[in-house]
Design a protein. Structure first.
Length: 96
């Protein structure tokens, strides 16, 4: 579980990132979650955008992706999700 200070730090780092995954009208599936897990192992911090043609609640999508990938939900702004998971092999981010 991340503290408020850690989340604030990660939000600052994520500000300049571009979303690398998009959740469309098909919603989430096992393959998307697997790709997100692999990306989190390499990058530790990623953005995911929920497209406008997806009618599901972005909060539910964010929680499902975080739970499936074993990651922490850092922030949800509108339809943009920020996820963090500490990498075992490629650790780059030192949390305060």
């Amino acid at each position: 579980m991340l503290s408020g200070k850690q989340k604030r730090y990660l939000r600052g780092l994520a500000h300049s990132l571009q979303p690398i995954f998009q959740v469309g009208k098909g919603g989430t599936n096992d393959q998307l979650i697997r790709h997100i897990s692999e990306a989190l192992e390499r990058r530790e911090l990623i953005k995911v955008s929920v497209l406008n043609n997806n009618l599901d609640d972005p909060r539910e999508i964010a929680e499902e992706l975080a739970a499936g990938a074993g990651a922490e939900l850092v922030q949800l702004i509108g339809r943009t999700i920020i996820l963090y998971k500490e990498s075992t092999e490629y650790k780059q981010i030192e949390l305060p």
